[in-house]
Design a protein around this ligand. Structure first.
Ligand code: HXC
Length: 258
């Protein structure tokens, strides 16, 4: 499909989606989010794709929701129109793993989009923030909820109330990102991580994603029970037999997603 605000490339079982509104620092508008959801759903349905990477430019992953698009909207417009709601819901329903590769600004909706991914690899120039308070609004796609679960109440309050930016080192220390890499190596490192995931059994990968995400939704005892049940159920797969046989035979496993 021809997109105008994103670039999609599929290489070695990894779909790389590059946000591409350079004049607006990849600000998220209806078109970009619509195209992103289309591309993610396409990747979900494409057997060749086993992992997805979302990235932006060196200067900006995304500098937030498009302020110019939102500025004249009324409460009724955004409430009745459910601004960004369906897109956010669609993104978190994707079952294949998604890595956010963040360079430069990930602000407001940009930070929230990164947090909707399964993990974040940050370039050393990355800057995260929820500066909506400076615009007289607040986070609307997870900045007050996911960020709080990821980095704790005190830091989340600090970010959401002052609107300050957090650099890559602090983001790693705080648990917002999984690793920090030199900006020039960001794509390479993110694609390598995606490539590693692409080698695994897709059944197991989707089970892991579901189980880890579950930990944010249910009490610990329920989450542990869910985990145990899914762990047990994986013994029904051929890939479990293959994985354990390969270990015993000292060879690489050849998973077949069965
Ligand atoms: C629309 C944006 C934009 C945004 C940048 N631009 N961010 N346009 N919406 N969120 C545009 C600028 O207007 C400018 O266009 C061009 O991108 C380059 O930006 P500059 O400001 O000139 O660059 P710089 O001086 O380097 O500053 C970078 C920046 C700053 C610090 C990231 O752009 C900034 O503060 N942006 C807004 C960040 C923000 O408040 N995000 C939260 C948005 S609200 P022109 O045409 O002037 O050259 C949000 C709500 C989410 O995200 C809730 C979801 C439900």
């Amino acid at each position: 499909m021809a997109y105008e605000t994103i670039i999609v490339e599929v290489e070695d079982h990894v779909a790389k989606i590059t946000l591409n509104r350079p004049d607006a620092l990849n600000a998220l508008n209806d078109q970009l989010l619509g195209e992103l959801v289309d591309a993610l759903q396409d990747a979900e349905g494409n057997d060749k794709v086993r992992c997805i990477v979302i990235t932006g430019s060196e200067k900006a992953f995304a500098a937030g929701a498009d302020i110019k698009m939102m500025s004249e909207k009324s409460f009724v417009d955004v409430f009745a129109g459910n601004l960004f709601g369906p897109e956010a819901d669609a993104i978190v329903r994707i079952r294949k793993p998604i890595i956010a590769a963040v360079s430069g600004y990930a602000l407001g909706g940009g930070c929230e989009l990164a947090m909707m991914c399964d993990f974040i690899i940050a370039a050393d120039n990355a800057k995260f923030g929820q500066p909506e308070i400076n615009l007289g609004v607040m986070a609307g796609m997870g900045g007050s909820q996911r960020l709080t679960r990821f980095i704790g109440k005190s830091k989340s309050m600090d970010m959401n109330l002052t609107g300050r930016f957090m650099d890559a080192d602090e983001a790693e220390r705080s648990g917002l990102v999984s690793r920090v890499v030199p900006a020039k190596k960001l794509t390479e490192e993110a694609m390598a991580a995606a490539g590693k995931i692409a080698e695994k059994s897709m059944i197991t990968v989707m089970a892991v994603k579901e189980a880890v995400n579950r930990s944010y939704e249910v009490p610990l005892a329920e989450g542990l029970l869910f985990e145990r049940r899914v762990f047990h159920s994986l013994f029904a797969t051929e890939d479990q037999k293959e994985g354990m046989a390969a270990f015993a035979e000292k060879r690489e496993a050849q998973f077949r997603d069965k």
